[in-house]
Ligand binder design. Structure first.
Ligand code: NAP
Length: 287
């Protein structure tokens, strides 16, 4: 029978565990771990993500510091805020919501964040550590995918994992984490030939593409575990709804486990952000 991997329930568990750890952290260090979230402009989807991140941060007993900057913020103003947050002892994690307005450089902002407070795990120092298998802050969405996989796959070692998508924030870090777990990893992307047949050979299929329902029933191997990272807004029967990169209903009965959209990877990403903030705070206190 196919298992629907409930990301929301698992995220609730993680938040509860973090909340308990935050209580002991506060007692031990007399400090509340703090997350600063920076949003530039008023992109509606980004505003929803930021609101949810702040809500869940506070539910876990952490402090949150929201910085809402206008669309016309200059690069220097944004850089200055990051430098100020890097120096602020009450801030243990910094997240700048992406994408930024076009006139601002994402790579410059990522480079400006102190690697110790880089709870998104995008700073080149943290990326380098991930690739070389060292302990580091790992990007939240890939981390959430791995937590779900470890719950639903008895033994990752030796499994063939296919990752669709090669972005710096999802595809590449997931591929590295799968490698660390001893999977045989194939990354496919928009230039890949015979993508369907490569996907059909996957024991574990991760879709991080941004194309609604791209992955069809004949792309999956019977019994595969499918993690759908995609979040795509479509209009169906005059109603707007979110769907993943996988044709969920078409593949459901063929696979052994699959994440839904919404309610799969999304909530896990936020839970892992909160976990990363606690991890960053612990490291800053020498744990
Ligand atoms: P991205 O930067 O646009 O990367 C998309 C990747 O998919 C690229 O590597 C691209 O290949 C590949 N691709 C595009 N069309 C393809 C096709 N027809 N066949 C095969 N590969 C194709 O996107 P992203 O930031 O990684 O995000 C991917 C999806 O995940 C989006 O829907 C995004 O909203 C979602 N997401 C969800 C969460 C969450 O918390 N659930 C977090 C982050 C992202 P090329 O490199 O060749 O262009």
């Amino acid at each position: 029978m196919t298992v629907m991997i409930d990301g929301k329930a698992l995220a609730d568990e993680i938040i509860q565990d973090v909340a308990q750890e935050v209580s002991s952290f506060k007692l031990k260090h007399k400090v509340v771990p703090g997350l600063a979230v920076v949003l530039v402009g008023e992109d509606p989807a980004s505003s929803v993500y930021v609101r949810n991140k702040i809500l869940r941060t506070e539910q876990a007993g952490l402090q949150s510091f929201a910085h809402y900057l206008p669309e016309n913020t200059t690069q220097k103003q944004l850089d200055d805020l990051i430098y100020q947050l890097n120096e602020d002892d009450s801030v243990h994690g910094i997240l700048v919501q992406l994408p930024l307005p076009k006139h601002l450089s994402e790579s410059r902002v990522i480079d400006a964040i102190s690697p110790a407070k880089d709870v998104d795990g995008f700073h080149p120092e943290n990326v380098g550590k991930l690739v070389t298998g060292q302990q580091t802050l790992v990007p939240c969405t890939p981390l959430g995918c791995m937590v779900m996989l470890k719950r639903h796959v008895d033994e990752l070692s030796g499994k063939h994992a296919v990752v669709i998508g090669r972005s710096n924030i999802v595809g590449k870090p997931i591929a590295n984490l799968l490698l660390q777990s001893h999977c045989t990893v194939t990354i496919v992307h928009s230039r890949t030939h015979n993508i369907e047949s490569i996907c059909r050979s996957a024991d574990i299929l991760i879709a991080a593409v941004g194309q609604p329902r791209l992955v069809k029933e004949d792309w999956v191997k019977p019994g595969a575990v499918v993690i759908d990272v995609g979040i795509n807004q479509i209009t169906s029967d005059d109603k707007r709804k979110l769907v993943g990169d996988v044709d969920y209903h078409a593949v459901f009965s063929k696979v052994s486990a699959i994440t839904p959209v919404p309610g799969g990877v999304g909530p896990m990403t936020i839970a892992c952000l909160i976990q990363n903030t606690l991890t960053a705070a612990k490291h800053q206190f020498g744990a």
